[in-house]
Ligand binder design. Structure first.
Ligand code: PMP
Length: 404
């Protein structure tokens, strides 16, 4: 039997008990735990290098600037962005998408259209609704199939010459569906000149992402979903696409020259990074990128896939469980319901047995509305989960069913 590859020991938070039971952490789509390498890098930065970036001439400032810019280069390499000035640091996916939505608004007119899908996280839905409200554009929403996939015919039918933006997730946080980005991008390119925005929050840890090969305009993700710290994120943009955005925050760092009357703005990416940045966050993100390249990611991904298969098989065999979504291509996530019980009660009973899952609408109310449900129980796996986690989860589910 093949031995499981294990990186579990690198994540101190996993080695604890909850309600007297060893923790089984299956809420990775919400946020991942952090390896010691990331925590150490951040602590080392604060202990030795802490200073503000880009301004001062002193040694610590030079070290802090170097630490932040080297993190930017690591992210550029991870995405095959081609240049590190195309990597804008943000607070996370949400801020990255808002940065695009408010920066692009001045280019939209009444009659223009924005296309999103019914599977989107609120972070890739509400900013577009607001952008449309302010600009007079209209939001079209692509239907989702009962399996939890984008309805391709509906997608194609809703691409108009007036469609100026198409925004969709690489991987769905609620159902785990992997969307065929290449195929969708070529459909878009054949029909209109829309900017293509990909929400990569759930993909970045699991899939190789080559932003140039994907031929998209923007790619957004959060550091905390890929073993890095919270409060840190990335917006990649094609140079001409980034250049066309207006900054939405003004102040220090983002200016070139300021007079009593007017200001001019800095070059990319600093134009979009007003104020003192999250330097320690960038250091942590850089360490997370290094960590990812130091582990056998492909073997761990295969293992994760196997675990999801086991969880799905076990849930399918249980009476009273309804799986939500059966996408052909999926990763990390299993969403389900227990007939006659609230998702919240199931989550609480699992928590009492040491199992952490997420319950509720999964920040995807339009999707839940399309599926005719109010929420799900979501177990989401990461590279450090193992067969014991699945076994414990399955046992806990059997026990939970006896309580309900
Ligand atoms: N999009 C998707 C697909 C997500 O899963 C999440 C986080 N759950 C977000 C956007 C928002 O990310 P953040 O809260 O880190 O900004």
């Amino acid at each position: 039997m093949m031995r499981e590859a294990s990186i579990r020991g690198d994540f101190p938070a996993l080695a604890q008990s909850v309600h007297g039971k060893p923790l089984v952490y299956l809420d990775n789509a919400a946020t991942t735990q952090k390896p010691l390498a990331v925590l150490d890098a951040m602590q080392r930065y604060y202990l030795q290098d802490n200073a503000n970036v880009h301004r001062a001439a002193h040694t610590l400032a030079a070290r802090a600037t170097e630490a932040m810019e080297s993190a930017r280069s690591k992210v550029a390499a991870l995405l095959n962005a081609g240049a590190s000035d195309l990597i804008v640091f943000t607070r996370g996916t949400t801020e990255s998408i808002n940065l695009i939505a408010s920066g692009i608004e001045h280019q939209l007119r009444s009659g223009d259209r924005i296309l999103v899908t019914a599977l989107e996280h609120h972070s890739n839905f509400v900013p577009w609704q607001q952008c449309a409200l302010r600009s007079g554009a209209k939001v079209d929403v692509v239907r989702v199939t009962p399996e939890g996939e984008i309805d391709h015919d509906d997608f194609a039918a809703k691409l108009f010459p007036e469609t100026r933006i198409v925004a969709f997730a690489h991987v769905s946080n609620a159902l785990g569906t992997i969307h065929p980005v290449n195929e969708l991008v070529s459909t878009i390119r054949s029909r209109c000149g829309a900017r293509i925005v990909i929400d990569g929050a759930q993909a970045i840890l699991h899939l190789p992402v080559d932003v140039r090969a994907l031929d998209i305009d923007f790619y957004a993700f959060s550091s905390h979903k890929m073993f890095g710290p919270t409060g840190m994120g990335v917006l990649y943009g094609r140079r001409e696409a980034l250049d066309s955005l207006r900054p939405s925050q003004y102040g220090g760092e983002m200016i070139e020259h300021v007079t009593m009357e007017a200001s001019t703005f800095n070059v990319l990416p600093f134009r979009f990074e007003a104020g003192t940045p999250n330097i320690a966050g960038a250091v942590g993100l850089g360490a997370a990128v290094d960590y990812l390249s130091s582990i056998p990611r492909d073997a761990l991904l295969l293992q994760e896939e196997k675990l999801i298969g086991q969880a799905i098989a076990a849930l399918t065999a249980m009476n009273g469980i309804r799986l939500v979504g059966r996408p052909k291509e999926r990763l990390s996530v299993v969403s389900f319901l227990v007939e006659g019980a609230s998702a919240h009660d199931v989550g609480t009973l699992l928590d009492q047995q040491g199992i952490a899952v997420r319950t509720g609408h999964q920040c995807t109310m339009p999707l839940m509305q399309s599926l005719g449900i109010s929420g799900t129980v979501r177990a989401s796996f990461s590279l450090y989960n193992d067969t014991t986690d699945v076994e414990r989860f399955v046992q806990a589910m059997h026990k939970t069913l006896t309580f309900l």
